[in-house]
Design a protein around this ligand. Structure first.
Ligand code: ADP
Ligand code: MG
Length: 550
């Protein structure tokens, strides 16, 4: 029996070398320690627990949130000769008993299990009497309320670290902003030493955002440049998915709809045909894609605005897994902001809804970014790219800039003066010298920065602050009332050691009928979009401040 990781990598998994950090993670687990793995979608997280499970004594337990994902992974493992099984509600009684029998007989290398099964009475006791090689928690962000896909059945997993001393615990996710990451660590009782974070950058994906005017036409025009290449078009609702799929089919394209309202058989058919290159385009809700491993997806289009950057980044990450050039196109329209707000406000948990609104605001800010899109995305995940990427719409057609050094210094000092405890709305109120109840109550009308920016419009300040966030001079704590804080990078600017060029803020224009081609001098908004953004920001400004100032 081979006992060396590289040997298993080649013989069982059929890969020639490790991807970044895989080897280090495997080594740590083999050493009996825990790991927290943060890698983008397609980075190769599964291998990080599958491989050590084969080398360590006993069965590797894998907690996974989706039944379909479990089946796919288990099928693939079995095909490579690994003794794997899954245990979830899709199994009949007989099959379930069979799996348990194999488990007890020590005949399994890996057992995929739904969280509620693992935590059901008696199951942990079963495990305590046998050799457990490791416990892996896939899609670990599901444990956090800060995350975008919180699942109550994940919360109980917090006891695992204590219940199984000596068994390595491995948590994996592709989607964690700084706040979510900390939350996962503390809930699972992992620490900073356990963290393995690979770069989230996907340099081969070109990000483009277009204001949405005639979306069907804009989509057709985009597709015309992609011949028969494979791609995914995401839309927010089932209805919209059906409509778009029909339009594409009517235009003679090979396309199909995919959403949770379709039967299992139909969904499976669409997925299989897409994987086999028999279907060119899948038009889908976010129900499509988790765990789908297709390397030659050449484009991902968001026909509607996604609700948060985590989801957007995960979905666009399905393009270009083979490393070849790929495109991500987002259509950004005013109706979507209202639609997303509506969806969020349907939620029952007020705290959760508030966080989601802040995440939506960050998503909208990405969509209207005037700085390198990749920097915005990476910055959101706590990674700081210093150079413009050269492969996004902004880098390829940069907006006109001006010397913003003085204004930027004013804004940064104001963030400092209000104690780094407030969001953009209040900071701008102070700069502009707004007299409102909160200002007087806090005594912020006595600050030295009060009213120093009255000559600049509220919208222009908004644009400037967003650019400072996007360029990493300010940190906007999205999970914490979108409070603004200074970063290290802000210091030389505040001390007057450097100057800063920023994009001129956009101006609003009357409703545009035709998607105009953009040129450096005409960065403009449709007035409806402008107003939708303003309404969203007003709404969140009400709670953009850290308690106890509530
Ligand atoms: P994630 O869970 O991080 O999204 P997966 O574990 O599903 O990613 O892996 C994505 C793809 O990368 C899969 O097709 C997998 O087989 C492949 N892969 C993983 N590790 C390697 C490697 N070391 N060499 C080549 N391909 C790999
Ligand atoms: Mg995975």
């Amino acid at each position: 029996m081979p006992s060396d990781p590289l040997d298993i990598l080649k013989r069982v998994f059929g890969f020639q070398s490790f991807r970044p950090l895989q080897e280090e993670i495997v080594a740590r687990i083999l050493d009996g320690q825990d790991a927290f793995v943060l890698m983008p979608t397609g980075g190769g997280k599964s291998l990080c627990f599958q491989l050590p499970a084969l080398l360590r004594q006993g069965v590797g337990i894998v907690v996974s949130p989706l039944i379909s994902l479990m089946k796919d992974q288990v099928d693939a493992l079995r095909a490579s000769g690994v003794r794997a099984a899954y245990y979830n509600s899709s199994l009949g009684q007989k099959a379930a008993r069979q799996v348990l029998a194999e488990l007890h007989a020590g005949q399994l290398d890996l057992l995929y299990i739904a969280p509620e099964r693992l935590m059901s009475p008696g199951f942990l006791e079963r495990l305590r009497d046998m050799d457990v090689a490791l416990i892996a928690i896939d899609e670990a962000h599901c444990i956090s309320q800060w995350g975008h896909d919180f699942r109550p059945e994940y919360t109980q997993l917090g006891v695992l670290r204590r219940s199984f001393p000596g068994v390595p615990l491995v948590a994996l996710t592709a989607t964690a902003d700084v706040q979510t990451r900390q939350d996962i660590l503390s809930r699972l009782e992992l620490d900073d030493d356990d963290c393995f974070v690979t770069s989230f950058d996907r340099p081969n994906i070109r990000y483009t955002v277009l204001e949405k005017h005639q979306p069907a036409r804009q989509l057709m025009k985009f597709l015309a440049g992609h011949g028969s290449e494979a791609g995914i078009v995401y839309a927010l609702s089932r209805k919209r998915v059906e409509e778009v799929a029909k339009k594409l089919c009517d235009a003679g394209l090979s396309a199909a709809a995919y959403h949770a309202g379709l039967g299992d058989g139909e969904r499976q058919r669409v997925q299989d045909e897409f994987l086999r290159d028999e279907l060119q385009i899948v038009v889908a809700t976010v129900a499509f894609g988790m765990g789908i491993d297709k390397s030659n997806v050449r484009f991902v289009v968001h026909y509607d605005l996604p609700k948060n950057i985590e989801g957007y980044y995960q979905e666009t990450g399905r393009a270009g897994r083979d490393g070849l050039a790929a495109e991500a196109l987002l259509l950004f329209g005013y109706g979507d902001i209202a639609l997303c707000r509506g969806l969020i406000e349907k939620g029952h948990n007020e705290e959760q809804n508030r966080i989601e609104l802040h995440k939506l605001n960050a998503m909208a800010s990405f969509a209207e970014a005037l700085t390198c899109r990749r920097q915005v995305l990476l910055g959101y995940f706590g990674e700081h790219a210093t150079e413009d990427c050269g492969n996004c719409d902004i880098c390829l057609q940069p907006p006109e800039t001006y010397d913003a050094t003085e204004d930027a210094r004013k804004a940064l000092s104001c963030v400092y003066r209000v104690g780094q405890r407030f969001g953009a709305g209040h900071v701008i109120d102070v700069l502009r010298g707004t007299r409102n109840e909160r200002m007087l109550r806090l005594g912020h009308d006595r600050l030295s920065t009060y009213g120093i920016g009255a000559d600049v419009s509220r919208d222009a300040w908004g644009s400037l602050v967003r650019q400072l966030v996007h360029r990493g001079y300010l940190y906007q704590d999205v999970g914490n009332y979108s409070v603004l804080r200074l970063t290290e990078k802000a210091r030389p600017l505040l001390r007057g050691e450097i100057t800063l060029q920023l994009a001129k803020p956009r101006i609003k224009v009357k409703a545009v009928k035709k998607p105009s081609s953009r040129s450096a001098s005409e960065w403009s908004y449709d007035v409806a979009l402008f107003d939708a953004l303003r309404t969203l920001r007003k709404q969140i400004a009400d709670h953009e401040h850290v308690p106890p100032f509530v």
